[in-house]
Ligand binder design. Structure first.
Ligand code: ADP
Length: 363
C-alpha cells in the first residue's frame, strides 16, 4: 500500500499531452502494491487508458514510472514483461486456442515441455481444456475473453493490465467473468491494473479504486470507503446513487456543519469538503440512508416530503419525493417485514442522521 516499501508500480509526477497543449493526465502520483487489484474508474475521456498505455510502454510519459523499483521510461513494451487483455480480445484468428497461448511462450523461447505445462495450467485456470484445438471464431465471446485472460497470464507475468476486458460481453456473462477474474487474481497473487467505466465492476473486483476525472485522480480508496465516504461531489455522484441538496454553510463545528437549504430550513451534516461559513455546498445523501417516519426526536434532520412516484422493485421500493425544494429526491425502502407502504401524492415524514449526510464541494 502507499507509503510502504511494497510499491510494485509507482507513478510520480506523470503527465501526458497528445497535442502539446492539453494535459490529458495531470501530475499523476500513484503507488500500486505488489499483488494488488487496482482499478482505474472514470467517465470516458478521463485519462484511464492513457495511464494504462504509459505503464505498458505504448505511450510515452513525462515524469517517472517505476516497476519493481526500476525506471521503465526507456524500456520498450516487450521488455516490461506485462500481460495485457483488451476489450476486443486481440486473439490470433488463424491460430488455435493452444497456439494462441503458446505464442507468448515461444517469443520467450521456452522449450516444448515447459510450454505444454504452462498452456495446460492456463487452460485449467479458465476451464477451457476441452477447447484447445478450436480457433477463436469457433468460440463464444465469453470463451474468447477467457482465452485472452489465459494468454495474458500464461507466461507468469508479475503485472497484468486489463482495459475494459468485459465491455463486449452481455450483463450476465460480464458478472460471471468479473468473479472469475477476481478469483484468478486471488489464486495467483499477480498484480492487476484494471480499467473500466462501470462502477459495479470496479466495486466487485478491486482492492482499491482510483476514480479519474479530467486526468486527475479524484479519490483513491477501497470500494467500501469510496461508497461510504466520498471526498468530493464528483465521486459521490459517480459511485452509487446519491441525492444532492444545494445550500449554504451557516455554521461549522469541528467535523459537522449546519447548512441552510433555501426555503426549506437547516440540515445538520458532516463537514467533509466545505470552504467555510457562507460558502455554497452540496449535501450528498444515499437513498438507502433516508428513514421513513422516524420516531420523534430520534434524528436531527426531519422533513415533510410529498411522494411523486413509487416503483416496486422486488427487494426494495424506490420512492421519489419532493423535499427541501428538490423534486427528484430518491428513497429506497427495503422490502422487509414492517415496511410501511407509501402511495403517490401522500405527504410523509422522512429523516436522516448527521453522519449520513455529507457536505461536499459545490462544483
Ligand atoms: P479514458 O480511457 O478514460 O476513456 P483516454 O485515456 O482514452 O480516456 O483519453 C483521455 C483523453 O486523451 C481524451 O480526451 C482523448 O480524446 C485523448 N486521447 C486519447 N488517445 C489519444 C490519441 N492517440 N491522440 C490524441 N488524443 C488522444
Amino acid at each position: 500500500m502507499p507509503g510502504t516499501d511494497n510499491a510494485f508500480v509507482e507513478f510520480s509526477g506523470v503527465q501526458k499531452t497528445y497535442d502539446g497543449e492539453t494535459l490529458v493526465v495531470k501530475d499523476l502520483n500513484l503507488e500500486i502494491a505488489r499483488g494488488e487489484f487496482l482499478t482505474m474508474l472514470g467517465p470516458s475521456g478521463s485519462g484511464k487508458t492513457t495511464t494504462l498505455m504509459m505503464l505498458a510502454g505504448f505511450e510515452g510519459a513525462q515524469g517517472s514510472i517505476l516497476l519493481a523499483g526500476r525506471s521503465i521510461g526507456n524500456m520498450p513494451p516487450h521488455k516490461r514483461d506485462i500481460g495485457m487483455v483488451f476489450q476486443n480480445y486481440a486473439l490470433f484468428p488463424h491460430m488455435t486456442v493452444e497456439e494462441n497461448l503458446g505464442f507468448p511462450l515461444k517469443v520467450r523461447k521456452l522449450g516444448k515441455l515447459e510450454r505444454e505445462a504452462k498452456i495446460n495450467r492456463a487452460l485449467d485456470m479458465v476451464r477451457l481444456g476441452a477447447y484447445r484445438g478450436r480457433r477463436p471464431g469457433q468460440l463464444s465471446g465469453g470463451q474468447q475473453q477467457r482465452v485472452a485472460v489465459a494468454r495474458a497470464l500464461v507466461f507468469d507475468p508479475k503485472l497484468v493490465l486489463m482495459d475494459e476486458p468485459l465491455g463486449a460481453l452481455d450483463k450476465q456473462l460480464r458478472e460471471h467473468m468479473q468473479l472469475e477474474i477476481k478469483h484468478i487474481h486471488e489464486d495467483l497473487g499477480v498484480t492487476v491494473v484494471y480499467v473500466t467505466h462501470d462502477q459495479g465492476e470496479a466495486l466487485t473486483m478491486s482492492d482499491r479504486i482510483a476514480v479519474f476525472n479530467y486526468g486527475v485522480i479524484q479519490q483513491l480508496a477501497a470500494p467500501a470507503e469510496l461508497y461510504e465516504r466520498p471526498q468530493n461531489a464528483f465521486v459521490a455522484q459517480f459511485i452509487g446513487e446519491n441525492n444532492r441538496l444545494h445550500g449554504k454553510v451557516v455554521a461549522l463545528h469541528d467535523a459537522t456543519c449546519q447548512v441552510e437549504i433555501p426555503g426549506a430550513g437547516k440540515v445538520q451534516a458532516l463537514a467533509v469538503n466545505v470552504g467555510g461559513v457562507g460558502r455554497s455546498t452540496v449535501l450528498s445523501l444515499r437513498p438507502e440512508r433516508v428513514k421513513l417516519n422516524p420516531a420523534p426526536g430520534s434524528l436531527p434532520n426531519v422533513f415533510s416530503a410529498q411522494v411523486s412516484e413509487v416503483i416496486y422493485l422486488g427487494d426494495h421500493v424506490r420512492t421519489r419525493v419532493s423535499v427541501c425544494g428538490h423534486d427528484d429526491f430518491v428513497i429506497k425502502l427495503p422490502n422487509s417485514e414492517g415496511t410501511v407502504q407509501v402511495e403517490p401524492d401522500a405527504v410523509i415524514t422522512i429523516g436522516w442522521k448527521t453522519e449520513d449526510c455529507r457536505a461536499l464541494d459545490a462544483s
